[in-house]
Write a protein of this length. Structure first.
Length: 138
């Protein structure tokens, strides 16, 4: 069995945003030369997320609106976590959207369902953050 590890870096220029990272994960898979196995992709920060869904701008807008209703950024004083930071809402949004995904690798490709893509979700941006790609298999 082989193992491959790589960190990807993202810096979203706004407070929140969604980035389709599928091409970068596919590049990692090609680099690994693993043909059969599993690919784990996870955010290494507690205010960002990795998830799988459709790459459709209307859906991304709906995520943004829905998440803001669930955990609004303002008023920042409504959260106990906020002290020297104002990112309590980002921690809650990450909890809802998830930390990581695992995708099967079959015949050297990510084994997706129709329309599935991997996304990096940023909820407290404007700084560089890491995503881990770990691929295990043969």
């Amino acid at each position: 069995m082989k193992s491959f590890r790589k960190e990807l870096y993202f810096e979203v220029p706004s407070r929140r945003g969604f980035v389709n990272i599928t091409p970068r994960v596919e590049a990692c898979l090609r680099e690994s030369k693993i043909r059969e196995g599993f690919c784990l992709v996870n955010s290494m920060h507690i205010t960002s997320s990795v998830f799988i869904n459709d790459d459709e701008i209307g859906l991304h807008h709906d995520f943004e609106v829905w998440l803001e209703k669930l955990a609004p950024h303002e008023p920042v004083g409504a959260y106990r976590h906020n002290g020297f930071e104002d990112n309590a809402d980002a921690h809650l949004k990450r909890q809802v959207m998830g930390r990581e995904v695992v995708v099967a690798v079959t015949d050297g490709k990510l084994d997706f369902g129709t329309w599935e893509r991997i996304f990096y979700g940023e909820f407290d941006g404007k700084r560089k953050k890491r995503v881990l790609v770990k691929i295990i298999g043969e």
